[in-house]
Write a protein that binds this ligand. Structure first.
Ligand code: FMN
Length: 407
C-alpha cells in the first residue's frame, strides 16, 4: 500500500544515546513504507547498537569511517545530505547538538548536516538535567535559529530513572512532523474545521443510540490537512483514536453538543469538512436513572436531531467557507449524493458505499465518489489516508478556482 514516505530518500542520523535501539523500529517502518533510508551512525552510537542492525533493517549499507579510501569511493561526506529529502538525527545527544551548534564537522554525520541542502530535523534524547542545562538550551536555540527543526522531547521516566523532559518521543508524533516537512504545504493559511466519529444519544445513564462510525476517515483528513499546512480544529464524537499531531480537538458526545461546537468554530473556518456520522434521531425522553428491566417499555419514541450540515449550508454565504459533506449510502449512491449536494448547499460531497465490506464504516480502506458542481469523480479503492489526500487535492483545486474567479 502507498505511504506518504514511499520513494522519499531520508538520512537517519543515530548518535550515542541509550534510546538508539528504539530508532531501529523507526528505520524498519520507514523502509517497509518504501522510503530509501540511509543510516549514518556516530562512533558512540555503534557502542549502543550494531551498524549491522540498521543495515539489515534499512536494506542499505551503513557507511563507516569517512576517512577510509573505500568510503571516499562509495559515499562522499557531502553526497548524502544533498541527495536526501530530509536529514533526521534521532536520538540526538547533547554532544552532537553542541557540536552542530558550533558548526563542527568532525564525523560523517555532522559533515552531512553542514553540507545538507534539504531540511534537517533533530530529535533530542537525554537525561532531563542535560536537557534543562542552559548550554543545551542555547545550543538548541542556535540550531532552531538557523532553520533546523527541533522536535520536543517527551516527558517521563528515563533509563537513568530521572523524571522530566528528555525522553525520545513516540514514533507517531515524530513521523507526523517528518511528513509535515516532506509534504507540499498547499493548505498553508487555511483554517479547517473537521468533524469525525459517531454521536451518542442517551436513553438513560447506561444506554445510548449510536452508529458504526469509527472516525477513521475524519481523523485521516485532519492528519493530512495538518501535514499540508492547515490549522485544524477536529470536533470528534467518541472514538478509539489518538488526537492527530498538531490538531486542536474538541470532544463531544451528542448531536446537540456537536452542533454547538461546530457552529462556534465555523466562525473562523475557511473550509468545513463534515465527516461525522451524526445521529438523525434521539430519544424523545432521557431517563435520569437507569431504566430497570421490569419497568422498560418496548416502545421508543424518537425526535429528529438538528441538521448541522443544513445549518452550515444556509450560513455559508455569510461566512464564505468551503463546505464539504459526506454521504453514507447503501443504494442509488449518485442520486442520493446529488440530492444532498443541492439541498444542503455543499461545494463538494464524498459519497460512501456503506453496503460493501472494505469501504465506509470501520474499514481501513475506502472508495468514494466525489461530486461537485463540475460532476462526478470515482476515486480508487485505497487506504483512508490516501482517500483523505485525494479529497484534499480536490479541495485545493476548488479553493484555487474560487481565488481565480474572485481575482
Ligand atoms: C549508558 C550511556 C547512555 C547515554 N545516553 C545518552 C543520552 O541518552 N543522551 C545523551 O545526550 N548522551 C548520552 N550518553 C553520553 C553520550 O554517549 C556521549 O556524550 C557521547 O560522547 C556522544 O557521542 P555522539 O554525540 O558522537 O554520539 C550516554 C552515555 C552512556 C555511557
Amino acid at each position: 500500500m502507498h505511504s506518504p514516505f514511499t520513494g522519499k530518500k531520508i538520512v537517519m542520523g543515530i548518535t550515542g544515546s541509550i534510546a538508539a535501539f528504539k530508532v531501529a523500529g523507526w528505520v524498519s517502518t520507514l523502509a517497509k513504507d518504501g522510503a530509501d533510508v540511509a543510516v549514518v551512525m556516530t562512533d558512540s552510537a555503534c557502542k549502543f547498537i550494531a551498524p549491522l542492525t540498521f543495515a539489515a533493517l534499512s536494506g542499505n549499507p551503513v557507511p563507516g569511517n569517512m576517512f577510509s579510501a573505500e568510503q571516499a569511493h562509495s559515499i562522499s561526506h557531502i553526497q548524502l545530505g544533498q541527495e536526501a529529502a530530509l536529514v533526521c538525527i534521532a536520538p540526538a545527544t547533547a554532544n552532537t547538538i553542541a557540536k552542530l551548534s558550533c558548526g563542527l564537522a568532525d564525523d560523517l554525520l555532522t559533515t552531512t548536516v553542514l553540507a545538507a541542502t534539504c531540511p534537517v530535523m533533530i530529535v533530542p534524547a537525554m537525561n532531563s538535567q542535560m536537557f534543562a542545562n542552559p548550554l543545551t538550551r542555547q545550543n538548541l536555540q542556535r540550531l532552531a535559529d538557523t532553520g533546523i527543526i527541533i522536535v520536543d522531547p517527551a516527558t517521563g521516566t528515563m533509563a537513568c530513572k530521572s523524571e522530566g523532559p528528555g525522553r525520545l518521543p513516540e514514533w507517531e508524533s515524530v513521523s507526523e512532523q517528518m511528513l509535515a516537512v516532506l509534504s507540499e504545504r498547499d493548505l498553508q493559511g487555511e483554517k479547517f474545521l473537521i468533524t469525525a466519529g459517531p454521536t451518542r444519544e442517551h436513553l438513560d445513564p447506561a444506554r445510548f443510540l449510536s452508529n458504526r462510525s469509527s472516525g477513521k476517515m475524519g481523523y485521516a483528513l485532519a492528519r493530512s490537512a495538518v501535514r499540508r499546512g492547515a490549522d485544524v480544529v477536529l470536533v470528534s464524537g467518541p472514538v478509539n483514536l489518538p488526537t492527530p499531531f498538531g490538531v486542536q480537538q474538541i470532544d463531544v458526545q451528542t448531536a446537540e453538543e456537536m452542533h454547538t461546537a461546530v457552529m462556534e468554530q465555523s466562525k473562523e473556518a475557511t473550509v468545513i469538512v463534515k465527516a461525522a456520522a451524526v445521529s438523525d434521531f434521539r430519544p424523545l425522553e432521557q431517563a435520569a436513572e437507569k431504566v430497570k428491566k421490569e419497568h422498560a417499555s418496548f416502545e421508543l419514541k424518537l425526535e429528529q436531531t438538528v441538521d448541522i450540515l443544513q445549518q452550515l449550508g444556509m450560513k455559508k454565504n455569510d461566512h464564505g467557507y468551503l463546505l464539504v459533506g459526506f454521504a453514507a449510502e447503501s443504494e442509488n449512491l449518485r442520486e442520493a449524493g446529488s440530492r444532498k449536494l443541492k439541498n444542503k448547499h455543499l461545494d463538494l460531497i464524498a459519497i460512501n458505499d456503506i453496503s460493501r465490506k472494505n469501504t465506509g464504516f470501520e474499514s481501513d480502506t475506502n472508495q468514494v465518489t466525489l461530486l461537485d458542481h463540475s460532476g462526478f469523480t470515482e476515486l480508487p479503492l485505497v487506504s483512508k489516508d490516501e482517500t483523505a489526500d485525494l479529497i484534499l487535492d480536490r479541495i485545493v483545486e476548488l479553493l484555487h478556482n474560487r481565488t481565480t474567479a474572485n481575482a
